[in-house]
Each structure stands twice: as structure tokens, then as C-alpha cells.
Ligand binder design. Structure first.
Ligand code: ADP
Length: 315
């Protein structure tokens, strides 16, 4: 869907913010770009919708070079969510959401329906919120509007630049959960920038870890956890030092009937981090035992959730 081929970006002062960058992002995938501050994540993201021009290399969307797209077409067909979403302060919520559909000259009925649908989708009651101004919403609610606005004209691609990092931990967690749910339904191609590994593990189908403008490792959360390419990845992922620690996985256990669990390998309710890592690489689903009793199942998503939560707690 989006491919980077030997992409580089040199700023006027000579800094190479991105270099030798190669990455293929699949359709319907949520790809997380992660790395320390200054590693080139935002620059990489902004090159996709041509907010920043490339110095070298190629970026293609659906096999067409981004330079060959009409700039309006490109921007309108790529949703963009920022940390400080900058809703237009004097426009109501419905007007804010309608910006791109208006530019695309959708008819008013269609726009109105779409606003209701989007507000429902991001969990805000249309009747209550349509006519409000941005300052009449909490930070978390404004960020939801930012997501709704990015989705408004149903673009196939969404770019998200640290969209939840200015929020308090509870709102952040809620919006992450909602994004997972939403993505299960809409299956967009999403490029998500964060510097937070627990967020990356929780959200990413794959994670691309950057340092000094280059890719260090790209892989699934499991691959980064289990086969870190080098010490930098190992340290950045940061789970190593707590590998021996015991955790209780009850919060990620789903109820299941005995038949369903009959042929599944088992994992103890109280297990070491390392135990989870090992089992995660081998099994999609396990039966959880508490003493002699099978109490339910845990799946890959649940195991990642436990590891991600552990990292959140270590911060
Ligand atoms: P990240 O998003 O990972 O924090 P950025 O892409 O913002 O990283 O920045 C990568 C590098 O490029 C940093 O060294 C940063 O200082 C530099 N940089 C970013 N924007 C500019 C600019 N407009 N002019 C010069 N250097 C810049």
C-alpha cells in the first residue's frame, strides 16, 4: 500500500533526518513507527502526504509515486491526526468534521449523515456534541473529534503522530482500546508514530524501530520482543530486565467452556514474563490454569496486553 525505497531527507542545515529508509506497509495494517526523540519518525510520516519533500528515494502509494498524485487528492485521501489536533476553535464540532467532505463537495445530506455516523463511531452522542465548540469538550473528547475528522471522507490511509501522548493515562488507554476496536471494523492502513513501547506493542500489527533516521528493526511485536536485532532494540523494548518477574494474567483471561480448552496447551495464571514470551511465540491461544482448574483462555492479543501493561507500570 505504501512503500519507501531508499528514502532520505536532508534538512537545509545539513542534518540527515532520515536515510536509507526502506519499508513496505501493507494494506489494512497498523504500522507503528517508534524510536527515541529525533530519530526521524515525524519526518518520515510527513513525507507520505508531502508535507515534507524527500531529498532522495521514492515513496509509492498503491504503486504510484506520491509526486504523481494531485496534491489535493493526496491530502484529502490521507487522514491526519496530530498530538495537538488543532480543531478550528470558532467552528462547531460538526463543522470541524465536515471540512474535507465540504472540500470534496459532498451533498449536505450525505455530510450530515456522515457526521452522525462518525460521532457514534468515536463514542460521542451526536445530539449532544454536534453543535458544541471545541473548548466545550475535554482533551480526550477533542482527540476523538480529531480521529473522526481524519476519517470523515473515508480515506484509505490514516497518519497519526503521537495522537494520544498529551492525554492523561486513563484517557490514553481508553482511546487506544477504542482505536483497536475501530480498526477491527474499518481496516484502514494506519501509520502511527509514538515513542512509547507499551503503546506500540498494544496497537501495532508491526513495529518499525528507528534510530538516527534509519530503520533498526521492523517486525511484529513478538519478533521485537523475542528476536531483538541488537542491544539497542533489546534496551528500547525494555522487557529484558523484568523477564524473571511473575505476573498474574487473570485480567486477560476470557471465559471458555471445557470443550474449547480440551486440546489447548496450558499456562499458569501466575507466570513469569519470560514464560509469556516463550509461549507467545509458539501458540495463538492457551488454556489458563489456576491450581488444578482451567479458568479460561488467553490469546495472543491478551498476552501482548499483559506485556504492554507491565511496561507501562515500569515507566
Ligand atoms: P522524531 O519525530 O523521531 O522526534 P523528527 O523527524 O522530528 O524526529 O526529527 C529528526 C531529526 O531532524 C532531528 O535531528 C531534528 O532535529 C531534525 N529536524 C526536524 N525538523 C527539522 C527542520 N525543519 N530543520 C532542520 N532539522 C530538523
Amino acid at each position: 500500500m505504501i512503500s519507501f525505497e531508499n528514502v532520505a531527507k536532508k534538512y537545509d542545515d545539513g542534518t540527515y533526518a532520515v536515510k536509507n529508509f526502506n519499508l513496505h506497509i501493507n494494506e489494512g495494517e497498523l504500522l507503528v513507527l517508534i524510536g527515541p526523540s529525533g530519530s526521524g519518525k515525524t519526518t518520515t510520516l510527513k513525507m507520505i502526504n508531502r508535507l515534507i519533500p524527500l531529498t532522495a528515494g521514492y515513496i509509492r502509494i498503491k504503486d504510484k509515486m506520491i509526486s504523481d498524485y494531485d496534491i489535493h487528492e493526496l491530502r484529502w485521501d490521507i487522514g491526519y491526526v496530530l498530538q495537538q489536533i488543532a480543531l478550528f476553535p470558532h467552528m462547531t464540532i460538526e463543522e470541524n468534521i465536515a471540512v474535507v467532505p465540504e472540500m470534496k463537495k459532498w451533498d449536505q445530506n450525505k455530510i450530515s449523515h456522515r457526521i452522525d455516523e462518525l460521532l457514534d463511531m468515536v463514542g460521542l452522542d451526536p445530539k449532544t456534541y454536534r453543535k458544541r465548540l471545541p473548548h466545550e469538550l475535554s482533551g480526550g473528547q477533542q482527540q476523538r473529534i480529531g480521529v473522526a475528522r481524519a476519517l470523515a471522507a473515508n480515506p484509505p490511509i490514516i497518519l497519526m503522530d503521537e495522537p494520544f501522548s498529551a492525554l492523561d493515562p486513563l484517557s490514553r488507554e481508553k482511546l487506544q482500546d477504542d482505536l483497536i476496536q475501530l480498526q477491527n471494523n474499518i481496516k484502514k492502513t494506519i501509520v502511527f508514530v509514538t515513542h512509547d513501547m507499551s503503546e506500540a506493542l498494544k496497537l501495532g500489527d508491526r513495529i518499525c524501530l528507528m534510530r538516527n533516521g534509519e530503520v533498526v528493526q521492523t517486525g511484529s511485536p513478538e519478533e521485537l520482543l523475542q528476536q531483538p536485532a541488537n542491544d539497542f532494540v533489546r534496551e528500547f523494548v525494555g522487557i529484558d530486565q523484568s523477564k524473571g518477574e511473575m505476573v498474574d494474567i487473570i485480567e486477560a483471561v476470557h471465559p471458555a467452556n471445557p470443550m474449547e480448552m480440551e486440546h489447548l496447551p496450558v499456562i499458569s495464571r501466575k507466570v513469569s514474563i519470560n514464560g509469556i514470551l516463550v509461549l507467545l511465540s509458539e501458540h495463538e491461544q492457551l488454556a489458563v490454569v489456576d491450581g488444578d482448574e482451567k479458568i479460561g483462555t488467553i490469546d495472543r492479543q491478551g498476552m501482548i496486553q499483559i506485556l504492554s501493561g507491565r511496561m507501562e507500570a515500569m515507566k
